[in-house]
Design a binder for this molecule. Structure first.
Ligand code: AMP
Ligand code: ZN
Length: 432
């Protein structure tokens, strides 16, 4: 069963032709943006020469830094009057990278989510509980609109408040949920505590699991506990958000909707394509976006293209679940955090020394961050009360920046391990 059979099962030749036609339109549009106008001029790029997918390499890569540099409107290809929605990456604060959508962009994105959820088996008879943060983050409104497009009954539950989530599931006989995998594990402990068995006491049958990396084992563990089928959902705000790549009922890799995106996998060092099937950094180009098209975006996510056709009949290629990042971005409870954000904040606080260490753990299926912070030797002279005031201040300042409450341990100057060369700032001890 397909949402749009013709597009989902289009033969590769026609699909690639469609991609090239849409790329041509996209290139004609992006010239109007401050960023690409400038980039194309610098490169002396004649976009008329981009005729096949093999020519793609001539186009410039786009990075998060480019988006920051052109913040906020330097990527727009239309007037601001045509923009109806803004989103941003989760967890970024201050000058977050922002993405703008026209009405057509929202319609196209909504269609991709409807297509994806339909593929996983959701229908208008389903009750869909969206347990994601609503707001700037794309996982809330993105899925919400897609589920409404299918015609399901949508419960915009938002994130957190576990007991209430369970209550909603029972009262309204929720059949499908969208949830962050680590939160699904945490919620399982609340189910157990309250003596409610999701297999027996709820009607759950489908879960969309996304926003953070998780292993096959973790998926199986979640599925076993709840008795539903869990579908991996991948996306990033720069490429709309969810609805970019999604698992089909085969649960073997995620189909990337290639009528909306061109994907490449490159070696992050040489920036050249890797042979098909090998792991590298995923690069993506939007094909239907009007307001803010992006060319060859460096996702920094590591994956590979799964060679060969999928038994489900869809011709859009599949990527493997994300295995890591090429940068030091951490994802905690679905929130993206860079060590540099923590470093910046810490260095502004008087009394803090130069060295710190971030330790990530999973306790009771909850992501926990501990920051060990060296204190300047002569700053407090061992005054315990002053140290406690400092500790609390660090917790508060970090919390306001990274949106997660860290544990903070103050330690003596020079007590943290020093590394030769690039400092090791993060130790990730999280296991499934
Ligand atoms: P954001 O822009 O806030 O939506 O964050 C996007 C990032 O979240 C991606 O670049 C990935 O690193 C991560 N991410 C999203 N979905 C998944 C997924 N299903 N598996 C692994 N990582 C994911
Ligand atoms: Zn498939």
């Amino acid at each position: 069963m397909y949402w749009e059979k013709e597009i989902e099962t289009m033969d590769r030749g026609s699909l690639e032709k469609l991609q090239m036609a849409r790329l041509g339109e996209t290139l004609a549009r992006v010239k109007n943006s401050v960023h690409y106008g400038k980039r194309f001029a610098e490169l002396g790029l004649d976009t008329a020469k981009i005729r096949t997918l093999a020519d793609l390499e001539r186009l410039p890569l786009t990075t998060k830094e480019d988006l920051r540099e052109q913040w906020p409107y330097g990527f727009l290809t239309c007037s601001r009057d045509e923009i109806i929605r803004m989103h941003s990456s989760s967890g970024t604060t201050g000058r977050a990278t922002v993405i703008f959508h026209t009405a057509n962009d929202i319609a196209a994105w909504t269609n991709l989510l409807a297509r994806s959820m339909f593929m996983a088996g959701m229908r208008r008879s389903d009750v869909f509980q969206n347990m994601m943060t609503y707001g700037l983050f794309t996982g809330g409104l993105g899925f919400h609109y897609g589920a409404e497009e299918i015609g399901a009954l949508v419960i915009p539950a938002g994130a957190g408040n576990s007991k209430r989530q369970i209550q909603l599931m029972q009262d309204f006989e929720t059949t499908a949920i969208h949830i962050i995998p680590s939160y699904a594990l945490h919620l399982s402990t609340v189910f157990t505590e309250t003596g409610i068995d999701p297999r027996r006491d709820t009607k759950l049958k489908i879960a969309f699991l996304g926003a953070e990396p998780h292993s096959e084992n973790m998926r199986r563990k979640i599925e076993d506990f709840y008795g539903f089928k869990g579908f991996n959902s991948y996306g990033l705000s720069e490429m709309n958000g969810p609805g970019m790549a999604f698992e089909c009922p085969e649960q073997r890799g995620m189909h990337v909707w290639e009528d909306n995106y061109i994907i490449e996998v490159i070696d992050p060092l040489t920036l050249r394509p890797v042979p098909e099937g090998e792991e590298g950094e995923l690069i993506a180009t939007t094909l239907l976006r009007e307001g803010m098209p992006i060319l060859r975006y460096r996702t920094k996510d590591l994956t590979r293209i799964i060679p060969g056709p999928c038994p489900c009949g869809r011709t859009h290629r599949r990527i493997e679940r994300i295995t890591g990042r090429t940068d030091d971005m951490m994802i905690l409870k679905g929130v993206n955090i860079f060590p540099i954000q923590i470093e910046k904040r810490l260095m502004e606080i008087p009394g803090v020394g130069v060295n710190f260490l971030i330790i990530l753990e999973r306790e009771n299926y909850n992501d926990q961050m501990t920051v060990k912070v060296e204190v300047q030797r002569d700053f407090f002279g061992g005054d315990l009360q002053q140290l406690e005031i400092l500790r609390r201040r660090i917790v508060e300042e970090l919390k306001s920046d990274i949106l997660i409450t860290p544990r903070v341990d103050l330690v003596e100057q020079d007590s943290l391990p020093k590394s030769e060369g690039k400092a090791v700032r993060v130790i990730d001890n999280r296991k499934d």
